[in-house]
Design a protein around this ligand. Structure first.
Ligand code: HEM
Length: 505
């Protein structure tokens, strides 16, 4: 009996010492963070929450970066988070392995995306999967996708013809959401769905857009809304949970079916003694990928990656297209310049299809796209430090959750000037852009955890915008309010933007 009580005392002491050491570490981390400047008005319990730092319109974000142009502390409840907003402070975080481990915020995605490339906190696993999947985004492969983008936008333009004939405006986010989902299914999974034309049977039925919207809204609410919802068991008890579960099941079913079908095709092919299969798309790459020891991805790992790419590959590009079309409709002078460029490229051709060779010639469109990416970019990305990080003389300790705010970087007056709210594609002319720090413009983040799909996205938005301008004139619907950018993982408009479309002669 004596040995049992001695063991209990020993275990109790170890447990107590561990709690003490973790408390000590937390206090050290907090006291380092507190040395950074802090926007005023912090409530002892709610932090900056009462000032609605993420409210639609992003005014707080712009005011704060104007006042604190390098780094500041954002209080999320009683937890301080250092936020970096200047190229000098962001660069050391993103380029070094110090900042390649994502923060625990990304766990909020796990029920939905698992530990796929974008949300994995395990760096060994992330590195291996990134290496395996990078080949699917080789420029030669991306070139073969250009005809597919043309096919997808063709379907959308058929719908726009109809809307124009009826005198109705286009609902940008909705239409682009379906079109980009169609494109990622056709390119990454060689799967031709009818998602752009399918109708929902009943309003309560889910489709990919409503399911994704529920998932995004829920993650956002947990991340920047009610801080208590970060706690998993409280979230499970909340009213958000049943909808979240239903939406997760909906999107998981799509991924599961795609993988199951493809695995069957591959094994049938192997049995039929056809020549060995070489990967033809992302889905093949996932299934056929092998490490040096011959082991492949588990079914769970494949599912996580398919869910990640189906989401990351359509949602961000659709949002980007929405803002690109909005800017083209709002600024007719830029619209005309892009149209002239497209007309010139397509002159003397009997088709309006854009080829991969045309993409580099769409130079003015490129400037418009880059300026749109600057104005409406991702907002808070975060990492957990694996080594000390010096921020303006303050040493942040390993284990600190550090955020960098791309929206604030792109609206930092010390980087982009006081006219950062003006839409000026000329900022990206080589002679002007050369004056901007390379880490002043990060729509796709930077360093090892940058966006794997950035060239995919660039090509796709170019094809879509060029094809639409070739066929239609765009204008804003009179009387509609100025759209407010609203944080929903990506920076989406608070309300659907309506664009009036008029066929050219
Ligand atoms: C305009 C469109 C897009 C924008 C603005 C965008 C932006 C970003 C950003 C800012 C990140 C870093 C996220 C973070 O650190 O948390 C990221 C990561 C990622 N993006 Fe994109 N993205 C776009 C399109 C795409 C497309 C088309 C795909 C796939 C086909 C894609 C796949 C991914 C993946 C898998 C990651 C995680 C990479 C990693 O951690 O290794 N993205 N993207």
């Amino acid at each position: 009996m004596l040995w049992l009580s001695s063991l209990c005392v020993l275990l109790g002491t170890i447990f107590f010492l561990r709690i003490l050491s973790s408390l000590h570490r937390t206090l050290k981390i907090r006291s380092a963070i507190k040395k950074l400047p802090c926007p005023p008005g912090v409530h002892w319990l709610a932090g900056h929450q009462k000032q609605s730092p993420f409210s639609p319109g992003m005014q707080w974000q712009r005011d704060t970066v104007a006042a604190f142009p390098r780094a500041y502390t954002l209080w999320r409840g009683f937890i301080p988070i250092p936020v970096l907003v200047h190229p000098d402070t962001i660069k050391p975080l993103v380029v070094n392995p110090t900042g390649s481990v994502k923060s625990s915020f990304y766990k909020l995605f796990w029920d939905w995306l698992g530990e796929g490339l974008g949300t994995s906190l395990d760096n060994t696993k992330w590195k291996r999967n990134r290496r395996l999947l990078t080949s699917s985004f080789h420029l030669d492969i991306l070139r073969t996708y250009v005809p597919i983008y043309n096919d997808c936008i063709e379907v959308l333009m058929g719908k726009l013809d109809q809307l124009a004939a009826e005198g109705k405006p286009m609902k940008t986010d909705h239409e682009f959401g379906l079109c980009t989902f169609d494109a990622i299914l056709r390119t990454a999974c060689s799967y031709q769905s009818n998602c752009q034309l399918e109708k929902r049977h009943k309003p309560e039925d889910l489709d990919i857009l409503t399911a994704t919207e529920i998932l995004i809204r829920t993650v956002q609410e947990r991340k920047t809304g009610n801080p208590l919802l970060v706690i998993p068991w409280l979230f499970r008890l909340s009213s958000l949970y049943p909808e979240w579960r239903r939406a997760c099941q909906y999107v998981h079913r799509i991924a599961d079916e795609l993988i199951k079908k493809r695995k069957k095709e591959i094994s049938e092919k192997a049995e039929s003694k056809d020549p060995p299969v070489s990967p033809r798309d992302f889905l093949d790459t996932l299934i056929l990928a092998r490490d040096t020891d011959g082991s492949g991805l588990t079914v769970k790992e494949m599912t996580d990656e398919v869910n990640t790419f189906l989401f990351a590959g359509h949602e961000t590009t659709a949002t980007a297209m929405t803002w690109i079309l909005y800017n083209l409709a709002k600024y007719p002078e830029h619209q005309s310049k892009v149209r002239e460029e497209v007309d010139k490229i397509l002159e003397n051709r009997d088709t309006d299809r854009i080829t991969s060779k045309d993409l580099n010639q769409l130079e003015y469109l490129s400037l418009v796209i880059k300026e749109t990416f600057r104005m409406y970019s991702a907002v808070l990305l975060s990492r957990t430090l694996t080594a000390p990080l010096n921020v303006d003389g303050v040493t942040l300790l390993p284990g600190t959750l550090v955020a960098f705010n791309i929206y604030q970087l792109h609206h930092n007056p010390t980087v982009w000037g006081d006219d950062h709210m003006e839409f000026k594609p000329s900022r990206f002319l080589p002679e002007n852009f050369a004056k901007i720090d390379p880490f002043g413009y990060l729509p796709f983040s930077a360093g090892p955890r940058n966006c794997i799909g950035q060239h995919f996205a660039h090509n796709q938005v170019k094809v879509m915008a060029a094809r639409i301008l070739r066929r239609f004139h765009l204008s804003l619907v009179e009387g509609e309010p100025e759209p407010l950018p609203n944080l929903n993982i990506a920076l989406k408009p608070l309300h659907e933007i309506l664009i009036r479309i008029k066929p050219r002669d």
